[in-house]
Ligand binder design. Sequence first.
Ligand code: PHE
Length: 358
Amino acid sequence: MSDIQAIERQILDAIASATDEAALEAVRVSVLGKKGSISELLKSLGGMTPDERKVNGPLFNGLRDRAAAAIAARKTVLEEEALNARLAFERVDITLPARPEPSGSVHPVSQALDEVTAIFADLGFAVAEGPDVEFDDYNFTRLNIPPDHPARQMHDTFYVAKQADGSRHVLRTHTSPVQVRTMLKQKPPIRIISPGRTYRVDSDATHSPMFHQFEGLVIDEVTHLGHLKWVLEEFCKAFFEVDKVEMRARPSFFPFTEPSVEWDLRCDRSGGQIKFGAGNDWLELAGSGMVHPRVLEMCGIDSTKYQGYAFGGGIDRLAMLKYGIPDIRSFFESDLRWLRHYGFAALDLPTLDGGLSR
Ligand code: PHE
């Protein structure tokens, strides 16, 4: 065997016995690096006669090419092995059941909001949403509250700086602008529920400048207040998880409904706990009414053909009542001890068949 063949044998053996990428790299440096054995051979060509070079040149170059190819091939094999080892080691069995670690909890307002949505969804209402920063036009004007109308003073509005075109945005003072948004883009029949954040300049034990409302809207050719009463009753029974409720209607005024009705729920507050369906107390539940024909017209709906009702109420208050929380401000203080006490398990989504709150 010639010297060259012996060297090649040695190099190939070293490559084959490198068991990881670091060892292979060490072999590569010792062979092809600046001072590597093959590099030295190639350098020696410089000191040879032209005839010697003619013989040795191709031999050395061939050796270098084969060594480089062997290193590349070995590298691929080692990389694959490393990847397979990692895949085996990091394997996750996705068929294993989840092991929930209750490190977070669902806020009572989110819980109540999910419950309200689940109940109305079950009654056939679709969920609609609108932005918190709303056009003055949608929050007021198209709800039959023109500029300078005294009803604007009923809402202590947060105004946003004027736009370049002179129009004004507000933080929506109620979820009713979602009625407008829905009617502007959808033809009747309409049946939506819209829970979300609302804002008013107000703060005490029962008012927070940011709070939550739910809004319902049903428009078709026949719907009337009787339907509304039944829907609200069904909602109350499901939400408060009781078999029987009694509701009282009070005449009211909202510019966007005619007639307007406010609904109270009979309850008993004696004994420190609140019970529904009996007692001599009344709990304010929601404002409502038949959608004003002017609102229908301003939202592109033919008021001689279509009619329907709308209702709206506070979600925070519902959550306070259902879960016995005395001060609305505690909802938004982000006190972790409070959240752990009043929060709900993150993976238990409220459903009517699975139970709303457990
Ligand atoms: N938007 C009214 C409020 O915030 C409630 C309401 C909604 C009344 C829909 C009538 C119809 O007080």
